[in-house]
Design a protein around this ligand. Structure first.
Ligand SMILES: CCCCCCC/C=C/C(=O)SCCNC(=O)CCNC(=O)[C@H](O)C(C)(C)COP(=O)(O)OP(=O)(O)OC[C@H]1O[C@@H](n2cnc3c(N)ncnc32)[C@H](O)[C@@H]1OP(=O)(O)O
Ligand SMILES: NC(=O)C1=CN([C@@H]2O[C@H](COP(=O)(O)OP(=O)(O)OC[C@H]3O[C@@H](n4cnc5c(N)ncnc54)[C@H](OP(=O)(O)O)[C@@H]3O)[C@@H](O)[C@H]2O)C=CC1
Length: 265
């Protein structure tokens, strides 16, 4: 009998942008699955407590928090090095840190457009290249990049962000073909609207009374909806998947009454 293996126990993972939101959910989920997690954000005061919470809990995985801005190559190199030294290797890299502001195309300055490309695309490039070097030396690994449905479908006032997230999808597909022989699987997750502090800040959407996860319509997503798919993608169960983008958006946009109520379709 075949039994599906979604396990990550004993592996070492890095999750960027894990002081809150989707990244925090991914880190907590992987740690609960027994992986040791290196987590970062731009401020130790914000990411440190997440590591403390994991380490004070009864999950099997341990956490190490490091202050790191993913837009700075040297900081990413130092972050990855510290995690490799602490936990003795690197098996999983989740490039989650990202963000946006919402503005019409004509109002976005060159520097504004560049800041979103730099954070989302170059932040992912740094994470992939630095982690990839360690993984190649160790005989392989798994990388998951966090894109967005905005990289797949047009939406007004998201030109910079959609361009960046579409770039992440192409980056995933292209590098997956290059690093296959190194034993590195690279996949991408494209979330729909997920309830996070960043969404509350950027879009003003804070759905406090969330329906349960087993209800697919009339709700936006939980961080755990993305974390569970990330764990699948880095697990042995996804051994035959690389270069793929998995969309996680609940009921397809035209039918999701919650997203309609929020004025998003
Ligand atoms: C139906 C399904 C739909 C799903 C939609 C889901 C969408 C969710 C997307 C998410 O990513 S959620 C998480 C979002 N959270 C955040 O993005 C955090 C909040 N944002 C920020 O912190 C910042 O905007 C940034 C993205 C991190 C950029 O930071 P940076 O430090 O690089 O920016 P600044 O130095 O402040 O500015 C650089 C440049 O950008 C211009 N700019 C900034 N904000 C705006 C704006 N609102 N409108 C126009 N331009 C803006 C700013 O003026 C600077 O340009 P110059 O003035 O120097 O030319
Ligand atoms: N929420 C949603 O609906 C969707 C989100 N996404 C994507 O999912 C990812 C996470 O989004 P979400 O959880 O909503 O975002 P949040 O804004 O809630 O959290 C973003 C996280 O990234 C960290 N971060 C931001 N910039 C940097 C940086 N330069 N270096 C290191 N860390 C950084 C923040 O930490 P700190 O501020 O402490 O540095 C924070 O931990 C992003 O890539 C986003 O684009 C995609 C589709 C939909």
């Amino acid at each position: 009998m075949h039994e599906a293996d979604f396990g990550v126990a004993g592996e070492t993972a890095i999750v960027t942008g894990a002081s809150q939101g989707i990244g925090r959910s991914i880190a907590e989920t992987l740690a609960a699955g027994g992986a040791n997690v290196g987590i970062c954000s731009r401020e130790m005061d914000r990411v440190g407590p997440v590591a403390d919470e994991i380490n004070d809990s009864d999950v099997d995985g341990e956490a190490l928090a490091v202050e790191c801005n993913v837009r700075e190559r040297e900081q990413v190199e130092a972050f990855v090095e510290e995690v490799v030294e602490e936990f003795g290797g690197l098996d999983i890299m989740v490039n989650n840190a990202g963000g946006e502001f919402v503005a019409p195309f004509e109002d976005i300055s060159p520097n504004g457009f560049d800041s979103i490309l730099d954070l989302n695309v170059m932040g992912t490039v740094h994470g992939m290249q630095v982690a990839g070097e360690h993984m190649r030396e160790d005989g392989g690994g798994k990388i998951v990049n966090v894109a967005s449905v905005n990289g797949q479908h047009p939406a007004p006032n998201e030109s910079h962000y959609s361009t960046a997230k579409a770039g992440i999808i192409q980056l995933t597909e292209t590098v997956a073909t290059e690093w296959n022989d190194d034993g590195i699987r690279i996949n991408c997750v494209a979330p729909g609207l997920i309830q996070t502090p960043g969404v509350a800040e950027t879009l003003g959407i804070d759905s406090e009374d969330m329906p349960p996860r087993d209800q697919v319509d009339r709700r936006i997503g939980y961080g755990e909806d993305i974390a569970d798919v990330v764990q699948f993608l880095v697990s042995p169960a996804a051994a035959f998947m690389t270069g793929e983008t998995v969309t996680v958006k609940g009921v397809p946009r035209p039918g999701n009454s919650m997203q309609h109520d929020l004025g998003l379709q």
